[in-house]
Design a protein around this ligand. Structure first.
Ligand code: NAD
Ligand code: LMR
Length: 394
């Protein structure tokens, strides 16, 4: 085996081609593993500055080494289908020094189990509301995967009644106990739970728009996988931005902006777009009542955590799509776009990607606006109503 160096987890659009395994007795990965990270979207072979990827990867090893094991990640809903697998994947990151696992039940066993992996992150379990504050103290990144998943026949919006309250409660605790943390929201319906979180943080005077994310990485992961398969492209090279929201037709893959440039027939565009938009439902139906995507979601969320940590760590070249507050579509205060991740979260929203899209995409963008706007308004109104009810009681 080649000499191992400390790197970051190899979350590319594919399993890396040069697939060295974790070195026994150490938590190190080989630098070459992540040389094709799709977070680096400028070109398959050259970085923005024109530095060949392999050299760039080597530089990132040094950066990662300097910051190795510096970050505390808290996962809320850690005993769930997404939460457990995500916790395991985050435990594998050499950038993480502490991993706090919180749930209302059954989390101690998960924490004990994962803590036996011989990677550096110290794992601790926190059960129930009394331990929520402790789970959040000092967190750099808080991932919210708490809440109920869909069953066949349900829309994500059907989860709003339960999950909005869960997200609001958890985010209020983040405001109190981890006010500077990046908040990654997985709980559905993301189109509304992110506005819920933003509004709840605003009410607490703790909102920083750069630090609140709806996790839409799974849409990108799926788009990359489906396009690579359809066009016979090497997975490592494929990068499809997905914008809009995270539900049905609000999920808008920009195939016209896919890399490498590939010609798509009208039929292919329609089929691929529909498949990407319905992929969550495909899993819900296949699981036949046992929940929604958990394993691919955990993979996608871990990729987003790793990208965020690299941004916090000063890697200047980290891009992912996420659902964030933005002005790229003026009538939609929240919109999924490619964002640059930095030391304070979102450093830049890459709105330019919406320029020069195909006519098909432009029509789809127009069509998604009313639904996405309604979902955003619903989230904001929910928090305001809760606050009014609370004020009326006091
Ligand atoms: P799950 O039922 O397996 O797990 C949910 C966990 O949340 C459970 O362990 C439960 O105890 C916990 N929980 C409930 N209320 C809580 C609270 N107040 N505080 C802390 N923990 C709490 O569900 P899952 O399959 O892991 O899915 C979780 C959520 O993620 C769902 O809302 C699902 O729709 C969503 N999801 C989103 C995406 C995405 O792309 N954004 C993908 C997959 C799943
Ligand atoms: C997904 O896209 O898989 C998730 O949003 C879960 C779901 O309900 O489809």
């Amino acid at each position: 085996m080649a000499a191992a160096a400390i790197g970051t987890l190899p979350f590319a659009s594919v399993p890396c081609r040069n697939h060295h395994q974790l070195r026994h007795g150490a938590s190190a990965f080989n630098a070459q593993q992540f040389s094709a990270s799709s977070s680096h979207w400028h070109s398959a072979n050259l970085s923005k500055s024109g530095v060949p990827r392999r050299l760039h990867a080597a530089k990132r090893v040094i950066v990662a080494k300097a910051g190795a094991g510096r970050y505390k990640v808290a996962i809320l809903g850690a005993a769930g289908g997404v939460g457990q697998m995500l916790s395991l994947l985050v435990k594998m990151s050499p950038l993480v020094s502490a991993l706090h696992l919180y749930d209302i039940a059954n989390v101690e066993g998960v924490a004990a189990d994962i803590s036996h992996c011989n990677t550096p992150a110290e794992v601790a379990g926190f059960t129930g509301k009394d331990e929520l504050a402790g789970s959040l103290a000092g967190a750099d990144v808080v991932v919210i995967a708490a809440g109920v998943p869909r069953k066949p026949g349900m829309t994500r919006d059907d989860l709003f009644g339960i999950n909005a309250g869960i997200v609001m409660e958890l985010v209020e605790a983040v405001a109190d106990h981890a006010p500077g943390a990046l908040v990654h929201i997985i709980s559905n319906p993301v189109n509304s739970t992110v506005p819920v979180a933003a509004e709840a943080l605003k009410q607490k005077g703790a909102y920083d728009a750069r630090k609140v994310f709806g996790v839409t990485t799974l849409d990108v992961v799926r788009a990359n996988a489906f396009v690579a398969a359809r066009k016979g492209l090497p997975l490592a090279d494929v990068d499809v931005p997905v914008v809009g929201g995270h539900s049905g037709t609000t999920i808008l893959p920009l195939l016209s902006k896919a890399r490498p440039k590939a010609p798509f027939t009208d039929e292919e565009v329609e089929e691929l777009t529909a498949r990407i938009q319905n992929a969550g439902t495909e899993v819900v139906e296949a699981k036949a009542g046992a929940g929604s995507a958990t394993l691919s979601m955990a993979y996608a969320a871990a990729r987003f955590v790793e990208a965020s940590l690299r941004g916090l760590d000063g890697d200047g070249d980290v891009y992912e799509c996420a659902y964030v507050q933005s002005q790229v579509v003026p009538e939609l205060p929240f919109f999924a776009s490619r964002v640059k991740l930095g030391r304070d979260g979102v450093e830049e929203v890459v709105g330019s990607e919406l320029r020069g899209i195909s006519e098909y995409e432009a029509r789809a963008l127009e069509a998604l606006k009313p639904e996405l706007k309604a979902s955003i308004d619903k989230g904001v109104a929910y928090v305001q109503q809760q606050q009014q009810q609370e004020a009326a009681l006091n």
